[in-house]
Design a protein. Structure first.
Length: 104
């Protein structure tokens, strides 16, 4: 899993880089199909924005979170992506276990 991190109007410090990698590497527990994650951290007025797109086998997930604290925004972002991955995995398992019947 490759994590790409960039910042807009934000300096990406080593502490931020490690925090993002620690939080988002935990997503691998839910899916082995994660190919890459692109994270953008932004400063917009007084709001700290964190957004990410996760490329997994067969789908692309996107989440966005904001807060007054960048670390809180990253936490919220990781939680949203975690829920999306679990939902995606559940739907995929349902499709495998209950395939559609043909209309013949």
């Amino acid at each position: 899993m490759q994590i790409t991190l960039s910042g807009h109007h934000v300096e990406i410090t080593d502490a931020l880089r490690h925090y993002v990698h620690d939080k988002l590497s935990k997503l691998g527990h839910h899916s082995d199909e994660i190919i890459s994650i692109k994270v953008i951290l932004q400063l917009e007025n007084i709001r700290q924005l964190a957004e990410a797109s996760v490329h997994i086998k067969g789908a692309e997930l996107f989440a966005k979170a904001d807060d007054e604290d960048m670390y809180a925004a990253i936490d919220a972002l990781a939680d949203k992506l975690d829920r999306q991955l679990i939902n995606h995995k559940t739907k995929a398992l349902d499709r495998q276990q209950h395939p559609r019947k043909s209309a013949l």
